[in-house]
Design a protein. Structure first.
Length: 187
């Protein structure tokens, strides 16, 4: 991400990615989602009505699979697993080195509006620009107000980005994997 126009100086490390969010990323294939068995049906219906390619675990006949098997199934059919289950964010259980993609919406199952807002954030920040490249080992954690991604770096390590909105601009900061956590990168 080459556009390094800085965020306000009191917040070091943030850079403006508003105009460069997809720079250097090959033209993505369309994002293909698989909602896990506990994902709210109302959200699946709303997402489908908005034109996104989404299938539920129930529709695919895999609603009774245990989490590791569901993850492997989604990876095999090249769909990004959409979940409210935070365990899919855990690197020790679902490492980016395994491949497969996960979008974890860090909201509650009864919070349909918050879940839709978090998914809208995930889609607008990374889903549109990366598309189904997310299925190649990217983990996304979204809330209605924040977004973080974890991925393999070009040198094979684990890294990531945190995003936030400032006015009409989108800012990011690079994260590094230290002692099992993503923290702001120190240069």
């Amino acid at each position: 991400m080459s556009n390094k126009r800085q965020a306000p100086p009191e917040e070091e490390g943030w850079f403006d990615v508003s105009d460069a969010i997809s720079v250097g990323i090959p033209r993505p294939t369309k994002l293909r989602l698989l909602a896990d068995a506990h994902f709210p049906r109302e959200v699946v219906d709303e997402v489908r009505a908005a034109g996104l390619d989404i299938k539920s675990a129930q529709e695919m006949g895999v609603a009774k699979l245990a989490d590791p098997e569901l993850f492997r199934f989604a990876r095999k059919i090249e769909r990004v697993l959409l979940t409210l289950d935070g365990k899919f964010w855990r690197e020790r259980d679902y490492s980016v080195h395994l491949g497969g993609g996960v979008i974890w919406l860090d909201t509650g199952p009864q919070e349909v509006d918050r879940t839709l807002h978090a998914l809208g954030r995930a889609y607008s920040y990374v889903g549109k620009s990366m598309g189904n490249l997310i299925a190649r080992g990217v983990r996304v954690r979204a809330t209605p107000t924040t977004l973080m991604i974890r991925l393999r770096t070009y040198d094979g390590r684990i890294g990531g980005y945190e995003f936030r909105v400032g006015g009409q601009r989108l800012f990011a900061r690079e994260l590094e994997w230290v002692k099992g956590k993503l923290i702001p990168r120190r240069d």
